[in-house]
Design a protein. Sequence first.
Lengths: 368, 378
Amino acid sequence: MKHVDEFRDGQAARKLAAAIARAATRPWTLMEVCGGQTHSIVRYGIDQLLPGGVELVHGPGCPVCVTPLETIDRAHAIASHPGVIFCSFGDMLRVPGSRGDLLQLKAQGADVRIVYSPLDAVNLAAANPDRPVVFFAIGFETTAPPNAMAVWIAKKRKLANFSVLVSHVLVPPAIAAILDAPGNRVQAFLGPGHVCTVVGYEDYEKLSAQYRVPIVVTGFEPVDLLEGVLLAIRQLEQGRAEVENAYARVVDRQGNPHSLKLVNEVFEVCDRKWRGIGLIPSSGLRLRPEYRDHDAEQIFEVDDIETCESSVCISGEILRGLKKPHDCPAFGRECTPHSPLGATMVSSEGACAAYYAHGRHLELVALT
Amino acid sequence: MTFSAERRTAGDAETEGAATIGPDSLGRCPLPRSQYGQIVMGHGGGGRLSADLIERLFVPAFGGDVLERMEDQAILRLGHGASTSNGKLAPRLAFTTDGFVVKPLFFPGGDIGKLAVCGTVNDLAVGGAEPLYLAAAFILEEGFTISELARIARSMRAACDEAGVTLVTGDTKVVDRGKGDQVFITTSGIGLVPDGRELSIRSARPGDCVLVSGTMGDHGVTIMSVREGIAFDTELESDCAPLIGLTRAMLAACPSIRAMRDPTRGGLASVLNELASASKVGVRLDESSVPVRLEVRAACEMLGLDPLYVANEGKLIAVVPRDDAPRLLEAMRSHPLGREAAIIGEIVADHPGMVTLRSTIGERILTMAAGEQLPRIC
């Protein structure tokens, strides 16, 4: 298949791996930011193609993972309101809140629907004018434009029954938080290819300069990832720290101006709590005041949210690249996608879920 | 299919270990529950949740050697293995049942009626049986149109004729509007297993070859392409078809076939995990040999799904001793339903209970499907 096969080509991958082995003269630790990249790395065994000293640690770029538990509980409370049609992307449905997941709420009679685009939720609101329709607007900069578009259209069409529960997060503040954290060992980043498709990478140039850290905007296929690693290693070896674009077939330095304009029209930057990490200043998006009529948090008063995370789970350290799924004693044992203990196992994009889905727990068993 | 959901794979210690870190060590934390108190959609997904339901609820409730074998069909010797008066062994009966709740009812390449006949015929056929008779029960929702029901019945008749089976008994119930979803169909079927034929997913041996009768994922992707809210344009059709003609040709050419299975819900990966687990062997697949249509690959890329986990309704996998594999492949390719058949991998002694997939980049583990395949956020 064109645009896919050439980026999954074994020969090209091995060539790049050999080039990385030649370029790396000492150990380096790189973080891939996106959950999608983590998945690809584990699925194709990219980490196993790298020379021993080059380590990939997994970043916080899993939108489902970092959505705080209280937001999920809030979503559940709203979905339980009589009459509400609660719409979500599919992979949010399995995420457990303090009292079960959306699939269970659905089983108990809540009207929970999987949509494939937030615009489908807008259409549902138009078709059901007497019922509140709420869309769970989560994600990074990648999903911000369609979510902004949904709110913008709903306002234009005067669909007062449409609202969004927003838990949008931004990547650059999270990268800064990782670099600022004591004990950080990340020396270079594979930047989030699809986020940069929307926002470009000027912000990443500022980060790179400020922290003197190489950032390579990287795609999601095996060859893309290896190219990203190679460029990052070369920068590290040569003492450079800049932004390079290894995903130029998709990413422009300026991003997508149309999308950005729409996002800025509807959303404004706010502080946001990240599950497993904590509050990061200016790391989220919320609706601007002129769109607050479509803010589910304003419309549905939800009090009494008390949450408590598992004390065993190390997902906070995994999301910051301090530990790997293997380092957790519960991984693949008490904690599986079927009964997750924490953020990185709940989403199919999470590092622990990626390790599990591709059988890394079985390798552990086989090896021990 | 007769309680044919998946068995857990080796090393999957999610329940065994749960006792060591329990609610006590977690303080008052509201632990996500591993066992739902209610039925959720995933219990019907053919993955781990389905398997849990069967292993924890149905098998303990009913027990019995036959049920616990977890084959796609029960094979029963009439008269408890006794010889008949002429000194021959009593015939062996294959018996199976399957419920159908597909939405939409009519889709490119088939409909719920054709699916209901083929599903049950195929569960008999992959056990090496000659399907003979079917029963069908219809649960109809008040308001469902007679013309659509007639269309479904005609389609079932056509599928019966194609498969050479006769529908001999049935039942009809009607539920209030809103208490069902147009029509649900359950079919049961019986067939006879010729003497000397012993197919079982427990029989795979290291060195055997794994064959597949055609492209993977056509049915599941077709259904998704016409589903409300996600519809996309494609020329794809469901592969829904009765496999008895194919299995007959295969067994005639190659009586040494050890096991056959139809990879329905949960797809190829889940069926091979069951096989690996039941036979206590490893399965090693070669990614480039597994036939997948370009349209299916493209749709799966777009939706974030893996074609090896997507349902098929007119395909089978077969395990055969290596020396017989070329002969079997030829027999399959000579049949219209096996034209794109391929040898996709081998049974190995390494990593028993585990399925691996070799790509041009490396080798990865294919685990059993977790539950329903849900399209991802990004």
